[in-house]
Design a protein around this ligand. Sequence first.
Ligand code: GLU
Length: 376
Amino acid sequence: MKIARLSDLAEKSACPRLVVKVGSSLLVGKDGVRRQWLEGLVTEIAAARARGQEVIVVSSGAIALGAARLGLDKGGRGSLADAQAAAAVGQIALSGLWAELLGAHGLTAAQLLLTLEDLEDRRRYLNATATLTRLLDAGAVPVINENDSVATQEIRFGDNDRLAARVAQAAGASAVLLLSDVDGLFDRNPSEPGATRLGEVRGVTAEIHAMATGGSSSGMGSGGMTSKLQAAEIAERAGIALAIASGLHDAPIARACQQGIGTLFLPRRKDAGRKAWLGGRLRLKGALVIDAGAAKALGKGSSLLAAGIVRVEGEFQRGDAVAVQDERGTTLAHGLAEYDALECARLMGRQSAEHAAILGYAPRSAVVHRDQMVVL
Ligand code: GLU
């Protein structure tokens, strides 16, 4: 059974494995942890487990909580050093809390702190998959956050929305529920008169992106609608449904699922395994800029040949993940390069018959082979 409506997120048959992401502003109020609210959410998680669903929690709030405890201003987001110190203090309290509250329902919490590289590197991604699978098989509830205290600026997710989508891919989840402080995606800024919530989105188009209005409104998390839409894009290509719903109410999962208050992004296709990982990659080592003819061929499922490349950007090695872009800078595909950046630059614009002479060794059949490429 596939997910077609919000209520399916609470059905074991349609959604055997669910990722629930909890935003900072829900977990931490001005007086510290919103314990009573969290107890309610954990009761809902226990109910999902009792229905036979497996649940993975992605919990924000470490920075906000740690900042409150350390008395840091700007919610601990004034500098990277503040955020890292705040996260170290907040995370230990946060994981203790999840373990305690899940434990009260007889559930075992398992903490995983991930960095971007843990999911961008193929081997480490598979390792995370194995750990998550084993934990779920053993009946635990993984509680995941970014390892904010060690992740430096360049290699941070920075928001838990995309982390949740990547975790869902790694875990083979059916759906992601992003609990936030908004009811879903609105067709314009929700504070404007006449703003209407979209119940369902089929494909995150440019028009949908235009509806997102900037960063986090609470100022506590770092997400906002932009990162939620990026998360939806990662999910929709991997065959994973993603919902945005408000957690500001009691029993937020039931409110979203039973009353249908939220926005459901339907999966568009099902890239499995390696292709899902590749399509969801957030950092690429470089870019191959291609002409219109090559772009057309790509759309038809062909491999990328050197003749269609007009520019090579970045420093990458053979086997690295690169973006394939058109001349306006739009990313058309992600793929694994068959050559390093220097070789690509030497081959670009040249017909395949010339390659052996240019390289001095037997050339490969393409610069990016179709089997190692995901058209976005
Ligand atoms: N990892 C951050 C934290 O625990 C939250 C990131 C986000 O706001 O999405 O505070």
